[in-house]
Design a protein around this ligand. Structure first.
Ligand SMILES: Nc1ncnc2c1ncn2[C@@H]1O[C@H](COP(=O)(O)OP(=O)(O)O)[C@@H](O)[C@H]1O
Ligand SMILES: CC(=O)OP(=O)(O)O
Ligand SMILES: [Mg+2]
Length: 419
């Protein structure tokens, strides 16, 4: 498992339930060599979008059937190879994988061994939409380059600093412990990256600031970060708890599930599919894309308007809750697809929170840009900011920090990671 001494490139694979996002980076200076996306995996027509960032060639896009994640990884390898950036390159130092659930065992990036794989597999029931895709990504990558170190960077890792009173559900302690039932939290790589960048934007060290991070993508979660450490987050045992999401309900009375089984005759799997795939924005109004929902609202669509209001109401409750958890807040930070792009969501989320020092400047809020920026006026007591997330860059950094070093240091780091 040794990369070449001069190998400085890292391929990052972010395998989602129906997509694979990837980036090839050179960690010598952090430059991106290629980025891409395979989406709608398993559907009739999948789409591969590949953009080489060296040599001046433009974005390539093709559609066709990509039946599963293994086929998606093959497509990624082919795209990279046709730019001379193939997986056989001696310059490749490692492959970094986003792994959504790391359970209790992993609080740091970890070199993937058979034992690590077994643990990621054991966690499939608590991340059914995500860990299976991550596993296929890892298996395919290991088969293509068995000699390369493969590193898992866990969504749960950043949240392992949560105090016991935030991580533990108020249920029977013996039952909870026997089944490792507790709040793990997800999107941690993003919350870590964004909270650090937010401190930079404020001109302070991460240790000096308290921030609320709102990661609003298809999956969505909020976190309270005190002095660079996560103290609470909205997702729990699985990525179903918390905010209203694209297709997931977020917080719900657990008795709804007994009721659906006892009274509506639904099976365990029916309820699982209902809450994970047929709820959230899509369940409320038929659309999970915020752009489409805003367009329908503009046209006077009542169902879309109510879905938006429910989404915002939940978000606002979490802002208030984490304000109380932190006591003092330096910034509320929006990130991911919705957080970075939807001015109406940001505006509505802080509307009426002036007494808490939260205000959005209408002009700043509509600026479109991919750099971190304030959307609150200069004089605001609490900053409101947009910080684009970059999970892939963060995964590449953590991967390279672990394996782009003397192999003896790597062994030490791995032991620590598995502690
Ligand atoms: N320009 C935009 N305006 C509003 N919402 C957007 C825009 N672009 C993307 N989105 C939202 O972002 C979501 C995807 O976010 P993303 O962070 O890429 O999700 P994921 O990583 O979970 O797939 C889309 O479903 C859509 O709701
Ligand atoms: C953990 C999670 O919800 O991830 P995603 O937003 O990629 O679905
Ligand atoms: Mg995402």
């Amino acid at each position: 498992m040794t990369g070449s001494a001069t190998a400085t490139r890292v391929l990052v694979l972010n395998s989602g339930s129906s997509s694979v996002k990837y980036q090839l980076l050179d960690m010598e200076d952090g430059t991106r060599l290629a980025v891409g996306l395979v989406e709608r995996i398993g559907e009739e027509t999948s789409r591969v979008v590949h953009t080489p960032l060296t040599g001046g060639a433009g974005k390539r896009e093709r559609t066709g059937a990509v039946p599963d994640h293994a086929a998606a990884l093959k497509a990624v390898a082919e795209e990279l190879a046709s730019d001379g950036l193939g997986l056989d390159s001696p310059e490749l130092a490692a492959i970094g994988h986003r792994v959504v659930h790391g359970g209790l065992k992993f609080s740091a990036p970890t070199v993937i061994t058979d034992e690590v794989m077994a643990e990621i597999e054991r966690l499939v029931p608590v991340a059914p939409l995500h860990n299976p895709a991550n596993i296929t990504g890892i298996r395919t990558a290991r088969a293509l380059r068995p000699d390369l170190p493969q590193v898992a960077v866990f969504d749960t890792a950043f949240h392992t600093t949560m105090p016991e009173y935030a991580a533990r559900y108020a249920i029977d302690v013996e039952t909870a412990d026997a089944h490792r039932i507790r709040r793990y939290g997800f999107h941690g790589t993003s919350h870590a990256y964004v909270s650090r960048r937010a401190a930079e934007l404020l001109g302070k060290a991460p240790e000096e600031v308290n921030v609320i991070v709102l990661h609003l993508g298809n999956g969505a979660s909020a976190s309270a970060v005190r002095g660079g450490r996560c103290v609470d987050t909205s997702m729990g045992l699985t990525p179903l708890e918390g905010l209203v999401m694209g297709t997931r309900s977020g917080d719900i009375d657990p008795a709804v599930t007994f009721h659906l089984k006892r009274v509506a005759g639904m099976s365990e799997d029916d309820v699982d599919v209902l809450l994970n795939k047929r709820s959230g924005l899509v369940g409320l109004c038929g659309d999970n894309d915020m752009r489409e929902i805003r367009r329908r609202i503009e046209e006077g669509d009542e169902r879309a308007r109510l879905a938006f209001e429910i989404y915002i109401h939940r978000l606002k409750k979490y802002i208030g809750a984490y304000y109380a958890v932190l006591g003092r807040v330096d910034a509320v930070v929006f990130t991911a697809g919705v957080g970075e792009n939807s001015a109406p969501v940001r505006e509505a989320a802080v509307a009426g929170l002036e007494e808490l020092g939260l205000v959005v400047d209408a002009d700043l809020n509509t600026v479109r840009s991919d750099v971190p920026r304030f959307v609150s006026p200069d004089h605001a007591r609490v900053a409101v900011a947009v910080v684009p997330t970059d999970e892939e860059l963060e995964i590449a950094r953590q991967t390279f920090a672990l394996v782009g070093v003397d192999p003896r240091d790597r062994d030490r780091a791995t032991l620590k990671g598995n502690a």
